[in-house]
Design a protein around this ligand. Structure first.
Ligand code: URA
Length: 161
């Protein structure tokens, strides 16, 4: 099972999809390639990785790295809900489509959701692209720039008085 790093008290909770191979091996979220990009972008926007909590929708890696099934998401739902309750973040940042759907339902479209904070059960939730998408489309791709902008917005919300 994947935990959060660190746990209670972080102002920001980032939520990804599911552990990859490196995450499964270490038991920590976002420590592989997507995690390296995430760390870099977080540092760029002044939100060091060590200060944020990180979790995933799924707690185990789906076989062959396939997309999570609805049933798997439903089974893992109470664990992420418990993590949110423990961390009590000011801002949650949903990374990618699976996390967007967890917060906003099946029809969630990141392109329409991003750019503002949404109230979800009393918490501010910002939706953005997954770091893996940013990697797939390259350093000059619009996904990387969008992800960086959205993380900067999350940093702003977290620092607001
Ligand atoms: N992708 C995710 O969504 N989560 C991780 O922890 C790693 C890669």
């Amino acid at each position: 099972m994947i935990g959060t790093t660190p746990a209670a008290g972080a102002a920001v909770l980032l939520v990804g999809e599911a552990p990859g191979a490196t995450e499964d091996a270490t038991g920590l979220p976002f420590v592989g390639r997507a995690g390296a990009l995430l760390d870099q972008l977080l540092a760029e926007v002044g939100l060091p990785r060590a200060t944020v909590a990180v979790a995933n929708v799924l707690k185990c890696r789906p076989p062959g790295n396939r997309a999570p099934s609805k049933l798997e998401v439903a089974h893992c739902r109470p664990f992420l809900a418990a993590q949110i309750a423990i961390v009590e973040p000011r801002v949650i940042c949903a990374l990618g489509g699976t996390a967007a759907q967890w917060f906003f339902g099946t029809g969630a479209k990141i392109g329409q959701l991003r750019g503002r904070a949404h109230d979800v059960e009393g918490r501010q939730v910002v939706s953005t692209y997954h770091p893996s998408a940013a990697i797939r489309f390259g350093p000059a791709g619009m996904w990387r720039a969008a992800l960086r902008d959205d993380l900067a917005f999350v940093a702003q919300l977290a620092a607001a008085p």
